[in-house]
Design a protein around this ligand. Structure first.
Ligand SMILES: NC(=O)c1ccc[n+]([C@@H]2O[C@H](COP(=O)([O-])OP(=O)(O)OC[C@H]3O[C@@H](n4cnc5c(N)ncnc54)[C@H](OP(=O)(O)O)[C@@H]3O)[C@@H](O)[C@H]2O)c1
Length: 334
């Protein structure tokens, strides 16, 4: 019996340590119990992964939820799931393809006309490390969907968000932004050899720079905007990386994944927290790693880069800015 004691206690310590490490890495549940009855919420890319769980959390808290997705079949199915699980019947599916400026404009026009108010906008949708695809308007897909699509959407909804104040914008970035760099000579990867990873990192750095500049522009309006890294989560985000389809990588990396990867439910906690927590009411222009505010990478703090990216993004999506925020969206030649 005694000879099993040492190995068993070593194993127990290892498993206990692994569970503690996993909990530490995963971060906790949203500490706020705040509810949002009657608040209008938009979550982009809400048919699966972190977006779906965020929509579910916010539906549970009484919000009037709009799932904004490109595939209406998946969107309706997710809305039905969320209604069934939360018994909140104010959960609706709406079409939004962030890879099409026309679709973004149509969606924003419909929301402005039909809803009249938006209290929480969660810019969650993203594509990661896809092949060298372009959007309908010719932008590199990751920059186009992750940054430009949300940039236009947010700007088109700004007047409604201001009229609904206090209101909040939550932008999903990623820790991957630290490896990003904004290449103003080639934002859309037309000159360089395409690098799927660097393109994702650039798009997620752009999201934080957008957050910082927007926050400066929104001072005094009652609309806040923050960016976050949700943690590494078990979702469909890796669909273009080959990791999902490889039995070898699933087998070899499985234990590491178990340790380091969150469930979508846990990964939705930071978005939920930023959307509802009363104590964050006046917090804007910040970057959160999970539930904790942290400084982002130095390039993400560079005001000059943020202003230049704003001007370039506005030109690319065809925004004419007047008075710093009102928008007359006219397509401009690229
Ligand atoms: N999972 C992670 O480990 C992780 C880590 C850091 C940051 N994040 C960020 O967290 C957010 C959510 O990611 P996730 O992990 O939940 O990914 P996911 O499971 O792949 O979900 C992404 C969502 O974005 C949608 N989407 C993609 N292209 C779109 C388009 N053109 N128009 C509208 N919607 C589009 C997808 O719709 P379809 O299903 O139709 O494709 C899907 O609903 C992303 O911003 C991601 O960068 C995730």
């Amino acid at each position: 019996m005694n000879r099993y004691l040492l190995p068993l206690s070593v194993l127990g310590t290892a498993v206990g340590g692994a569970v503690l490490l996993r909990d530490y890495v995963a971060g906790g549940a949203c500490p706020s119990k705040a509810t949002i009855p009657g608040k209008t919420v938009i979550v982009t890319g809400a048919n699966t992964g972190i977006g779906k769980q965020t929509a579910l959390e916010l539906a549970r808290r009484g919000g009037n939820i709009i799932l904004a997705c490109r595939d209406m079949e998946k969107c309706e199915a997710a809305a039905k799931d969320i209604r069934g699980e939360t018994l909140n019947h104010r959960v609706r599916a709406r079409h939004l393809d962030l890879a099409s400026l026309k679709s973004v404009r149509e969606f924003a026009a419909k929301i402005t006309e039909e809803e009249g108010q938006v209290h929480i906008l969660v810019n969650n949708a993203a594509v990661m490390r896809c092949p060298h695809w372009t959007t309908e308007d010719g932008f590199e897909m990751q920059f186009g969907v992750n940054h430009l699509g949300h940039f236009l959407l947010t700007n088109l909804l700004l007047d409604t968000l201001k009229a609904s104040a206090p209101s909040r914008i939550i932008n999903l970035s990623s820790l991957a932004h630290v490896a990003g760099h904004i290449d103003f000579d080639d934002l859309n990867w037309e000159k360089r050899k395409y690098d799927t990873k660097a393109a994702y990192c650039q798009s997620k750095l752009a999201v934080i720079l957008f957050t910082k500049e927007l926050s400066r522009r929104l001072q005094g309006t009652g609309v806040t905007v923050n960016a976050l890294h949700p943690g590494v989560a078990r979702t469909e985000l890796g669909r273009h990386t080959g990791m999902h389809s490889s039995a070898f990588s699933s087998f070899t990396l499985g234990p590491i994944f178990w340790l380091l990867v969150k469930s979508p439910e846990l990964a939705a906690q930071p978005s939920t927290y930023l959307a509802v927590a009363e104590e964050l009411g006046g917090v804007s222009g910040k970057y959160f790693d999970g539930l904790k505010e942290k400084p982002p990478a130095p390039e993400a703090e560079d005001e000059e880069v943020a202003q230049r990216l704003w001007a370039e993004s506005a030109r690319l999506v065809g925004l004419e800015m007047s008075g710093g925020s009102s928008v007359r969206g006219q397509p401009l030649p690229k």
